[in-house]
Design a protein around this ligand. Structure first.
Ligand SMILES: Cc1cc2nc3c(=O)[nH]c(=O)nc-3n(C[C@H](O)[C@H](O)[C@H](O)COP(=O)(O)O)c2cc1C
Length: 83
């Protein structure tokens, strides 16, 4: 509750976040938070995961990304104005 910005990272399973991620998000009170989600993955893009997140969290969730390196993380945080 003491944070305004929430980052949620998850693996990609069959193109989308594993169901346990939905369960966790459903249990969190994220009202009023700035939220961004990201994935590690073996090759999938973030497109399908983004659709799941938009439905779960709302369309104001920041554009997510697959992150594979420190540089990816830095670029993404800058692009979503979290840095
Ligand atoms: C059941 C299962 C399904 C997976 N499906 C995908 C997938 O559709 N696309 C993908 O890029 N990676 C897939 N992966 C790979 C995971 O995204 C990868 O294991 C995850 O990013 C965590 O990385 P780590 O195994 O190095 O910890 C899958 C992994 C598992 C166990």
């Amino acid at each position: 509750t003491k944070y305004d910005r929430i980052l949620i990272g998850h693996p990609t399973w069959w193109g989308i976040p594993p169901r346990i991620i939905n369960t966790v998000i459903e249990k969190l009170d994220l009202s009023g938070k700035e939220i961004a989600t990201f994935s590690t993955s073996g090759g999938s893009t973030y497109d399908q995961a983004q659709k799941v997140m938009n439905e779960l969290i709302g369309s104001d969730v920041k554009p997510g990304r697959v992150l594979s390196s420190k540089k990816d993380v830095e670029n993404w945080l800058r692009d979503i104005n979290f840095k």
